[in-house]
Design a protein around this ligand. Structure first.
Ligand code: ZN
Length: 221
């Protein structure tokens, strides 16, 4: 069993759904949500689910090295800052802190409407898609959430909460994720960074309290 900040991971807790790994406790609710959406003509399709620490670390380090595109708050490509702290904040615009990503929980999913995707369409997970291709899907999802008919699923990255950009496509099964978030420890995360080969390490360690205040705790909902 590994403990990486957000939750201790035991493989028996997980199941594979459509090629994605999720916590088995969310499956029943997810099936019901899919069914509701399907009744309205939408096909909830998972684009991302559980991500282990190593995967988030790899995304983080590749963005820092310039191997993956850095996007600004508007979702447009931006130049890579040379200052370590600025670079760290630039990555944080769209990528969670390794060890503190809600995708480590197995209770959170990035979703789109499979029915709205044209043949061969490559999903980007951008605000523009949510206002375009997937707009009707997100409107329906908002309606279900607003009516408390989303079986425990809700959006987490919403306007006015913390400093992570709003992500309409990211939904979480809150009753399940709450159980794991109770065990989060910032000092464990610090210890993890100290022994990990992570880009912007000094900036992360120097700013950890502030980062937790802006990028971690606001999303413990
Ligand atoms: Zn997500």
């Amino acid at each position: 069993m590994d403990c990486y900040g957000l939750r201790a991971v035991d493989s028996s807790d997980f199941v594979n759904i459509d090629g994605y790994v999720v916590d088995r406790q969310i499956v029943e609710s997810l099936d019901k949500l899919k069914e509701s959406l399907s009744g309205a003509g939408f096909a909830l399709r998972i684009e991302s689910a559980y991500r282990p620490f190593e995967r988030q670390l790899s995304i983080w380090n590749r963005k820092a090295k310039g191997e993956l595109k850095l996007l600004n708050a508007e979702g447009l490509p931006m130049e890579r800052p040379t200052d370590e702290e600025q670079l760290m904040y630039a990555i944080l615009t769209w990528s969670a802190l390794p060890g503190a990503s809600r995708h480590h929980l197995g209770t959170d999913l990035d979703v789109v409407d499979g029915n709205a995707c044209p043949e061969g369409y490559e999903v980007e997970l951008t605000p523009a898609e949510c206002d375009g291709l997937f707009r009707p899907f997100h409107e329906k999802l908002s309606e279900l959430i607003g009516a408390a008919e989303s079986f425990g699923f809700d959006r987490v990255f919403v306007p006015g909460r913390g400093k992570i950009q709003p992500e309409k496509w990211h939904i979480a099964h809150l009753p399940t994720s709450r159980k794991y978030l109770e065990n989060f420890s910032l000092s464990e995360l610090k210890a993890l960074y100290e022994k990990t080969d992570i880009a912007c390490k000094s900036a992360l360690l120097d700013n950890l309290e502030t980062l937790a205040r802006d990028y971690i705790y606001p999303y413990f909902v």
